[in-house]
Write a protein that binds this ligand. Structure first.
Ligand code: ZN
Length: 425
């Protein structure tokens, strides 16, 4: 994951343009990606797909011809979607086009101007303060022309047409935690689920520009998603060293919310839970009232609430391989739990089966409950399963009653299923 993130990091992405296509092409070397292009000028609900933005180079030169700011050094130096400009400006004229953050003087801000034609440069406040009066040569070699908006999609078929939606965004330039960490984690999850035998759900992965991309995607595929999406997650901010945060689905008590709570209870990792709020990332579109899809967002730091957010501080040093791996470990537990959270029925529901007859009466083996306070024998677990395999209770309900993890419980359920004592409904 970290290697892929490192390879993707230097690309200048936006809501449209060659950087997004290059990003999807690189993802396609990892997993099979289907690419869809949506023409500029197309109306999608209240929005219009903008003209496509591409940029070759940009710089600010001082009077001696020294480049004091260069897009090649850091693509954050140019306001994303800047229109082309080539000319000489005094410091005062230039200053009205320069963005910096006085409170974070050493960091370059990430700024965009997607829907208002403008141009600008971003630099650290420290650098801005050192600029001497005089004339500066400016070049932004960009184009804003009719083209298209690019969306990538990967799909894994399951037994059910019911889908789990995994959404990440590819519109940020060199930003490691916000955006890219979610993209590389989605790729890793695809690989994990690809290996899963007898997948129960189908899985749809989308890689799109935030907001406008989700709106365009929903405009074209929303009715289908409304019918088939069982749950979904927006993946972002998963590589920083902070502890986890989970933004619940708009429903708030969806199976996905219960699973994430359960996974953290048995994982030994900290997680703060937040009710759905209507700002943030693309869950805003997926969970808009017309679609109302149950989409959660499991992050480490929450966007907007860490110092490095939308600055040059969100870089390859801020994201660590360990944090990405830990995030993947949690995500794989969430998907495994979702896959195994079935409801069972007893083949013969009257009284208890005679376990010894099935070679299931176990007096020796112990399974520790996760906190190791008390050991629960397999026999005890069997009795819970046999009693609650009534078609009403899910494996998660039963696991919570016993206070063991669903992955432990599903092993025992598998044994009962193999003997023909229970079956999933
Ligand atoms: Zn962002």
């Amino acid at each position: 994951m970290y290697k892929l993130l490192k390879d993707l990091f230097p690309i200048c992405r936006s809501i449209t343009g060659g950087g997004n296509r290059q990003t999807l092409k690189m993802l396609n070397q990892e997993i099979p990606i289907k690419i869809e292009e949506f023409q500029s000028g197309t109306q999608c609900y209240d929005w219009t797909i903008p003209d496509e933005w591409n940029i070759k180079e940009a710089y600010i030169e001082n009077e001696t011809g020294t480049r004091i700011v260069d897009f090649q050094d850091n693509n954050l130096h140019v306001v994303n979607y800047s229109e082309p400009v080539n000319g000489t400006f005094s410091l005062d004229e230039l200053k009205s086009h320069i963005y910096s953050i006085p409170e974070k003087p050493e960091l370059i801000p990430y700024a965009t101007s997607y829907y208002k034609r403008d141009w600008g440069f971003c630099m650290s406040h420290d650098q801005l303060e050192k600029l001497k009066p005089g004339n500066y040569n400016i070049l932004i070699d960009s184009t804003i022309r009719p083209g298209s908006l690019t969306i990538g999609e990967a799909f894994l078929n399951g037994k059910s047409k019911k889908e789990v939606l995994i959404s990440s965004y590819i519109c940020h330039p060199s930003m490691a935690n916000d955006s890219l960490s979610g993209v590389v984690l989605a790729v890793q999850i695809f690989k994990h689920l690809f290996m899963l035998k007898n997948r129960r759900y189908s899985y749809r992965f989308v890689f799109l520009p935030e907001t406008i991309g989700a709106i365009v995607y929903l405009f074209h595929h929303g009715k289908y998603l409304k019918k088939y999406v069982h749950a979904g997650l927006v993946l972002t901010c998963l590589g920083d060293p902070n502890s986890f945060n989970y933004k619940c689905t708009r429903q708030g008590n969806h199976e996905l919310d219960e699973i994430v709570k359960h996974v953290f209870k048995h994982s030994g990792h900290e997680c703060a839970f937040h009710d759905f709020f209507p700002y943030g990332s693309d869950e805003r579109q997926y969970s808009s009232p017309g679609f109302n899809l149950p989409i959660g967002s499991l992050m480490r730091s929450i966007y907007g609430r860490f110092r490095e957010y939308h600055t040059s501080g969100d870089n390859l040093d801020f994201v660590t391989e360990d944090a990405l791996n830990e995030s993947f470990e949690i995500y794989s537990k969430v998907f495994n739990a979702l896959e195994s959270n079935k409801r069972y029925m007893r083949d013969q529901p009257y009284c208890e089966p005679m376990l010894a007859k099935y070679n299931l009466h176990d007096t020796v083996g112990y399974i520790d409950s996760n906190d190791n306070k008390d050991a629960i024998t397999r026999t005890v677990i069997l009795k819970w399963l046999l009693n609650y395999s009534d078609g009403e209770h899910s494996l998660l309900d039963i696991a919570n009653k016993i206070d063991i993890s669903i992955d432990q419980l599903s092993v025992v359920a598998g044994q009962l299923e193999e003997k023909g004592i229970i079956y999933s409904v």
